[in-house]
Design a protein around this ligand. Structure first.
Ligand code: ZN
Length: 286
């Protein structure tokens, strides 16, 4: 079984075929998906939880008809305020985050972090909102999913991120995930030192991503995850198309190749890492 550790299942791009898309994931061997609850801003932060409940309900007790015959992955949810949306991180939005993180299915706070590539919000606003959210996640004992994107050919966002995590997160011991990792070895090493898992997405499969593959090859097997970041960032050979959790299989194959693990071994390793970080057991409910 594989786990897609990061997919935006609430995207409008699945409005027509969400059940079938999840059925394809199950058929491809994806046993669980973490649905990211950022929506298009804090007003939509609850949507991932809604989807999680809707489909887990179908999966477990057959209320209503199962939407697909093949079966469905177990869904988990997160909630967080994305860097671009941090101008909306007012007290109401933060209170909403706090109450979502109290729900058992909401196992992570994210994706949160710093994005200096698009700089959709001023840097100091991003940073303040990140710190507030780290405090809320710490109180609710939820690991964090970090989005960090520097300007091209710089490490500016990483250079601001690590001091924040050192000061406001390390002491919690809760760890987290560096989502869609795109940094160099120095950033990977610092992430591992903070107790984070490093999650690789479809960009690992792209022809020009050799530097990233070189970094991935050095990450210990007990610290890696795979994700799609669907609907974005489809792995080769589907690059440019709408992405979906079934495609995480391709990223896992490439990562396995880099780490000397066959398909079953990389699936087992990434699944074990996921359950360990979130203190979940494969055979019980959330
Ligand atoms: Zn994402």
């Amino acid at each position: 079984m594989l786990i897609d550790s990061h997919a935006h299942l609430d995207s409008e791009r699945y409005a027509e075929d969400r059940a079938e898309m999840l059925g394809r994931a199950w058929a491809a061997g994806v046993g669980a998906v973490l649905a990211i609850g950022i929506g298009d801003g804090p007003q939509e932060m609850h949507q991932a939880l809604q989807i999680c409940r809707e489909f887990n309900g179908c999966r477990e007790d057959g209320q209503g008809r199962p939407p697909v015959e093949s079966g469905l992955p177990r869904l988990y949810a997160s909630a967080g305020i994305y860097p671009h949306s941090t101008t909306q991180a007012d007290s109401a939005a933060l209170a909403k985050l706090d109450s979502l993180l109290a729900e058992p299915e909401v196992i992570a706070c994210g994706e949160i972090g710093l994005d200096y590539y698009h700089e959709g919000a001023p840097r100091d606003v991003q940073r303040e909102a990140l710190i507030r959210q780290l405090e809320i996640a710490a109180a609710r004992k939820r690991p964090v999913l970090i989005h960090c994107r520097p300007k091209d050919n710089t490490s500016d966002a990483w250079d601001d991120l690590f001091p924040v995590l050192d000061r406001h997160w390390r002491h919690t011991g809760l760890g987290g995930v560096m989502h869609c990792f795109g940094g160099g070895w120095d950033q990977a090493r610092r992430s591992l030192d903070l107790g984070f898992l490093i999650s690789f997405a479809g960009n690992l499969t792209y022809p020009r991503a050799q530097p990233l593959r070189d970094v991935a090859a050095r990450v210990p097997r007990d610290a890696v995850l795979v994700e799609t970041d669907a609907p974005w960032l489809a792995p080769a050979p589907n690059r440019g198309k709408r992405n979906e959790p079934a495609f995480v299989v391709r990223t896992a194959e490439v990562l396995g190749g880099l780490l000397g693990a066959n398909g079953a071994e990389i699936a087992a390793a990434t699944t074990k890492n996921f359950f360990r970080l979130f203190s979940l057991r494969a055979d019980v409910g959330n």
